[in-house]
Write a protein that binds this ligand. Structure first.
Ligand code: BES
Ligand code: MN
Ligand code: ZN
Length: 461
């Protein structure tokens, strides 16, 4: 997957147009003040004004901070600036890294298919004290996840996810194993096979497992697990047209696990790492699994299918079980698992589920630091009966329970989560549904920077 050109450059003597951060109380003098007044520039958050010099060339840019500056607003700046090289003026040193990263995230464009006029990108001279390499690495991880999500299902099938995983493994010297098609039955991934078997041979289901540093048994083992449904038609319980429209993004969990895994390995954090992805297409064919079927699972629990559209938890069941075979100290899973998560918290706030208090605290504090929101939701034991089945060990939809769907899905996963260590599940949207400067409609990395910050604090290089 191509990376976007680096638009953060190390401090040099390069000529850069200053971007002055301006609050509502700033007194702007001389011709700049006159120009600002003429353009109704008041310094409110996110406002931008290009200021010409006496020769008509761009001499500086004013950027409104509002009363308190939020580094996140730099995403909007990056999206609005004309091509050129810029430096930030009036930025507190403590905000440097967050501002630079936000600038990079705001510069993301999905241009795989679109012919653009080819204008030069806006580039930023790194503010003082910023670790350019680390910032670029984090931005590249977010871009990878977004680009995978943005790529249509026709060009982002199970094979393409495997190819990206192989590229990642090779680039950092990790091992990789892929189990594909009917071999999933021999290797005991029955639920992954059942969900993916309706797809054509070329788009056969697979389990992808990357291993890194595994001989370092002195280090804690972290497992990253992702839902990789390359397209979710709903299966025989077919989705509506509106419900299906954006289901190319249903591999967002896999994209997050792979991109975060790459980041952890590139940074060389002090862990053993396993990245596990189940990549399948939830398709419709004569061979599709059916409502009422009873599947077996890697763990041995039988699963009654109440709804073929609740497929994510089925494939995750098998790969979570697999993660447990490594006796992990920590397991994080990412999945575009339920529409109910959106009903509960909207598009921008992913629910976090864990019964480990220390992990919840560490994740939420990291999340607040890096401005990558998460909201803890309960693994409410009172709802456990919602996934009871009359004829099997568990069922994949919550029967007559129309509400609390994100919680009941998390309770299903909990049955398959590793017995060792802590486990957290994030029900992500992986998508910006509103088009705003810096947040273009389309793929979005969610919870990944928070998880990375937590891992960095717990398991430093
Ligand atoms: N991939 C969807 C969940 C989804 C839908 C995420 C829309 C983001 C936006 C998932 O596989 C699904 O269809 N879940 C069902 C579960 C239900 C059938 C129990 C849902 O949420 O409606
Ligand atoms: Mn579904
Ligand atoms: Zn799905």
């Amino acid at each position: 997957m191509s990376l976007h050109p680096p638009i953060l450059i190390a401090e040099t003597d390069v000529v850069a147009v200053p971007v002055r951060l301006v609050g509502p109380d700033a007194a702007l003098e001389g011709h700049v003040g006159t120009w600002a007044a003429a353009n109704a520039f008041t310094g409110k958050a996110g406002q931008m004004l290009l200021v010409p010099g006496h020769d008509g060339a761009l001499s500086e840019v004013l950027f409104g901070t509002g009363k308190t500056f939020d580094p996140k607003s730099m995403r909007g700046l990056a999206a609005k600036l004309p091509g050129g090289v810029y430096r930030l003026e009036g930025l507190a040193e403590a905000d440097g890294a967050a501002a630079a990263l936000a600038f990079l995230l705001g510069g993301y464009r999905f241009d795989r298919y679109k012919t653009r006029d080819g204008g030069e990108a806006a580039r930023l001279v790194a503010p003082p004290g910023v670790d350019v390499e680390e910032t670029l690495r984090i931005a590249a991880a977010c871009a990878l996840a977004r680009e995978m999500v943005d790529t249509p299902a026709a060009d982002m099938g199970p094979l393409q996810i495997e190819t990206i995983a192989r590229e990642i493994a090779e680039s950092v010297g990790a091992s990789i194993a892929v189990i594909e098609g009917d071999a999933l039955l021999d290797e005991n991934y029955p639920a992954v096979h059942a969900v993916g078997r309706a797809a054509t041979t070329q788009r056969a289901p697979r389990v992808i497992e990357i291993g890194w540093n595994l001989t370092r048994t002195d280090l804690p083992l972290v497992a990253l697990v992702g839902k990789g449904v390359v397209f979710d038609t709903g299966g025989l319980d077919l989705k509506s047209a509106a419900g299906m429209r954006n289901m190319k993004k249903d591999m967002g969990g896999a994209a997050h696990a792979l991109a975060l895994g790459r980041l952890v390995m590139q940074a060389g954090l002090g862990v053993r790492l396993v990245v596990l992805v189940a990549a399948v297409e939830n398709a419709v064919s004569a061979d599709a699994f059916r409502p009422g079927d009873v599947l077996s699972s890697r763990k041995g629990l039988t699963i009654e299918i109440g709804n073929t559209d609740a497929e994510g938890r089925l494939i995750l069941a098998d790969v979570l079980t697999r993660a447990g075979e490594h006796s992990p100290d920590l397991t994080l899973d990412f999945a575009t698992l339920t529409g109910a998560a959106r009903v509960a918290l909207g598009p921008d706030l992913p629910p976090l589920y864990t019964d480990d208090e220390a992990l919840a605290a560490d994740l939420l504090s990291a999340s607040a630091t890096v401005g990558d929101p998460l909201w803890r939701m309960p693994l409410w034991a009172g709802y456990k009966p919602s996934i009871d089945s009359e004829i099997a060990d568990v069922r994949n939809d919550s029967a007559a329970w129309a509400q609390g769907g994100s919680i009941t899905a998390a309770l299903f996963l909990q049955k398959f989560a590793p017995a060792t260590g802590a486990w957290a599940h994030m029900d992500i949207f992986a998508w910006n549904s509103r088009n705003r400067p810096g947040w273009p409609e389309g793929g979005e990395a969610q919870a990944m920077r928070a998880c990375y910050e937590m891992l960095k604090r717990r398991y430093p290089v």
